[in-house]
Design a protein around this ligand. Structure first.
Ligand SMILES: *Cc1c(COP(=O)(O)O)cnc(C)c1O
Length: 398
């Protein structure tokens, strides 16, 4: 087979080994494809890593966020403070319940919500703070936690981008009343599709377990399988105590997750190494802003996102992205501000200029290829191409 010198470098790629294949195949052959031992093991592994007592696996991060809102009894008339600089799901989960998202602008250095602005936004209708680790950076989580405690509102941690991270010796997932992870294929680990709630709150965990399973009572298992008892065998399986959903994660997906969790330390080491290589090559570049990571932070690196400095326009950034893709280098422009998404503008009347820092940042980000087996040669080639493309003389020529 001929190996081209020039090949495509994708933006992201899942890392699946023989271990994942073995566990998935074993699960397929077990005859048990839902509600079984793989889900339980996966929950235990993720909860432990996040420093929480309970893990509740669900079929996506978005489902997990929805259940977190429901379990905290958030509904119409309530306000939830959150960031406009995130993936749409964090804010949509607030809308699912009929509550209102209240956006606050981010800090330009860290890209997370400005804690002072969070505190200022709290009023009598505020029910919770939904904090997101943007690009997996957990900075300020301790401050949001303190604000939530002081103001007596719940902190929900959307840690979908921060599995395996910690900040000031506290693991991500454990800062709020509840944390939510996501396992889409571009995350640190994947289950294909999937998510997980983590919490120390037993009642909240039980609510989430019931709601992910059509609102069934928690003792459905003993009633449905312990048929020797005189009690009606399937009565519980067909009993629905609250409004629930089918947000269950299959055993097949959970098997993938168990294998990935067993490899998590080596995955994080690899991602750390790739991030360091990017930083070594790009640090000091006069037009690029690199991610700023506090000394108190242990990153697990969801993505590697650089920014053009303020002298670049949105159109110029688009030309850089176009140029990278022309060289078969995958790249991304996340995030687009949530408040400027068409649906949000129409529904709530948001306008450009309302959250100027988030808007300015979102016009200048460039997500570079980032995955576990990205080679040093490919990192070199990405950095060289990027350097040429953002050169002023080249940008104005086109
Ligand atoms: C990935 C992600 C989610 C969840 O996404 P799903 O595709 O539903 O698993 C939620 N919030 C943030 C910030 C994310 O990055």
């Amino acid at each position: 087979m001929r190996r081209d010198m020039h090949h495509e470098i994708p933006l992201s790629r899942p890392d699946i080994t023989g271990l994942e294949e073995d566990l998935v195949l074993q699960t397929l052959r077990s005859g048990r494809l839902s509600i079984g031992p793989m889900v339980e093991e996966f929950e235990a592994l993720v909860a432990k890593r996040a420093g929480c007592r309970f893990g509740i696996a669900v079929n996506s991060g978005t489902s997990g966020l929805h259940l977190a809102m429901r379990a905290l009894n958030i509904g119409p008339g309530d306000q939830v403070i959150t960031t406009p600089f995130s993936f749409i799901a964090s804010s949509n989960a607030i809308l699912f319940t009929g509550a209102t998202p209240v956006f606050v602008d981010i800090c330009p250095r860290t890209l997370n919500m400005d804690p002072a602005k969070v505190e200022k936004a709290i009023n009598a209708k505020t029910k919770a703070i939904l904090a997101v680790e943007a690009f997996g950076n957990p900075v300020y989580m301790d401050q949001y936690r303190a604000i939530a405690a002081r103001q007596e509102v719940a902190l929900i941690e959307d840690c979908c981008e921060a599995l395996g991270c910690s900040y000031k010796d506290r693991p991500c997932g454990s800062f709020g009343r509840v944390g939510v992870f996501g396992f889409y294929p571009n995350k640190q680990i994947t289950t294909g599709e999937g998510g997980m709630l983590v919490t120390d709150d037993e009642r909240l965990a039980e609510m989430c377990r019931s709601m992910r399973n059509q609102g069934r009572p928690l003792n459905w298992r003993s009633a449905a399988t312990g048929s020797t008892a005189g009690t009606p065998t399937f009565a519980s399986w067909l009993k629905h105590e609250r409004l629930g959903y089918n947000y269950r994660l299959s055993e097949i997906n959970a098997a993938l997750g168990v294998a990935q969790m067993r490899r998590l330390n080596s995955i994080i080491e690899r991602r750390q190494h790739i991030a360091e290589q990017y930083i070594t090559r790009l640090a000091g570049h006069k037009h690029l802003i690199l991610p700023t990571i506090d000394r108190d932070t242990l990153m697990s690196w969801f993505v590697f996102v650089v920014r053009l400095d303020a002298s670049y326009t949105l159109e110029e950034r688009e030309r850089v992205l176009h140029g990278l893709r022309g060289h078969d280098i995958g790249c991304g422009d996340y995030f687009h501000c949530i408040h400027l998404q068409p649906f949000y503008r129409e529904q709530f009347g948001f306008e450009p200029g309302m959250f100027p820092i988030a808007e300015s940042v979102s016009q200048r980000t460039i997500a570079l290829p980032f995955y576990n087996d990205l080679s040093t040669r490919d990192i070199d080639s990405v950095c060289q191409t990027l350097d040429v493309l953002i050169g002023r003389e080249n940008l104005s020529k086109r």
